[in-house]
Design a protein. Structure first.
Length: 253
C-alpha cells in the first residue's frame, strides 16, 4: 500500500508541473485542477466524472438550430469527451447555474484557443474574467480572416452600425467609428453617427462605469476611433449594445 501511495504521489507531482507549464502566461498564477470529462451536453456544458459541470470561460458557442451549432458541439466533444483535462478556474469560480467557469486544457492544448481558431465559437468575455482577451481575440480574428467555421455564414459577419435593423435580440459584433462619446448622469454614450437619437449607440451604465474606471479606461477616449464591440442588440429608439466592461471593446484604429 505504501509503495502504491508513493508511486501515485510521484505521478501527481510530475503531472502538476506539466499542467502548469501548459497554461498561457496571460492567465496569471492559476493552479490547474485535473478532471475527467464524461460528456459534452447539448448546451456546451462539460459533465465531469465527479458530477460537477464546467463551462468554457470566455466563449460563446452557437446554440440550438444556429448555423454551426452541431459542428461546435462535435468539435468540443471530440477534444474532451472521455478525456482527462486540466481546468484553470479563477474567482468567481462558478456561474449562476453552479458550473465551474474554466479555461480548459487537454494534452497541452488550450481548448478555447483551438475552437476560436477553427471558427466554431466567438469570444464573449465578462468583466470578472477578462484574462487572455488579446490572445482569444487574435485566435478569433485568424478564423474570421480565413472564413473558417461560423465566419463562412453571413449571419456571423461583423456588422456595420447601420446594418442592425433585423438584429434585435441577437449577439452581434459591430465595428464602426465613434463620432462622439459623452457621459451624462453617470451613463456613457458612444455614438456612431450625428443622428444619435435613432442610430446605433453603445451605452455603459453608471454601475458598469465603475469597471471601466477600475481598469483606468475612460470611454470618452474612444471618440474618433474605430472600435469593434460585441453583445446582445437591444432597442431604444434605435439599436444599442450595453457594455459591462472594456474587455468587450477592441480598438481597431
Amino acid at each position: 500500500m505504501k509503495m502504491r501511495l508513493l508511486c501515485f504521489g510521484l505521478l501527481l507531482a510530475m503531472w502538476k508541473p506539466a499542467l502548469a507549464a501548459d497554461l498561457p502566461t496571460c492567465l496569471g498564477p492559476i493552479a490547474p485542477v485535473g478532471a475527467q470529462v464524461i460528456r459534452v451536453d447539448a448546451n456546451g456544458v462539460l459533465t465531469l466524472k465527479d458530477g460537477r459541470g464546467a463551462v468554457l470561460e470566455g466563449l460563446r458557442l452557437p446554440k440550438g438550430n444556429e448555423d454551426g451549432a452541431l459542428q461546435a458541439r462535435q468539435a468540443l466533444s471530440g477534444m474532451v469527451a472521455g478525456k482527462q483535462v486540466a481546468l484553470a478556474v479563477s474567482p468567481p469560480k462558478e456561474d449562476r447555474h453552479g458550473h465551474l467557469r474554466a479555461q480548459v486544457f487537454v494534452n497541452g492544448e488550450w481548448v478555447q484557443e483551438t475552437l476560436l481558431r477553427e471558427g466554431v465559437a466567438r469570444v464573449e468575455l465578462l468583466p470578472s474574467h477578462p484574462q487572455c482577451a488579446r490572445e482569444m481575440y487574435a485566435a478569433e480574428a485568424a478564423a474570421r480572416t480565413a472564413k473558417r467555421g461560423l465566419w463562412a455564414f453571413d449571419d456571423y459577419a461583423v456588422r456595420a452600425p447601420d446594418d442592425l435593423v433585423h438584429a434585435r435580440g441577437t449577439f452581434q459584433i459591430v465595428e464602426g467609428r465613434v463620432v462622439s462619446a459623452v457621459v451624462k448622469g453617470g451613463r456613457a454614450y458612444l455614438n456612431f453617427s450625428d443622428e444619435w437619437k435613432d442610430d446605433f449607440t453603445v451605452t455603459i451604465s453608471p454601475e458598469d462605469m465603475k469597471t471601466f474606471k477600475k481598469a483606468k479606461v475612460d470611454p470618452r477616449d474612444y471618440a474618433g476611433k474605430t472600435i469593434r464591440v460585441r453583445g446582445i442588440i437591444d432597442w431604444y429608439r434605435g439599436p444599442e449594445i450595453e457594455l459591462m466592461g472594456p474587455e468587450s471593446v477592441e480598438v481597431v484604429e
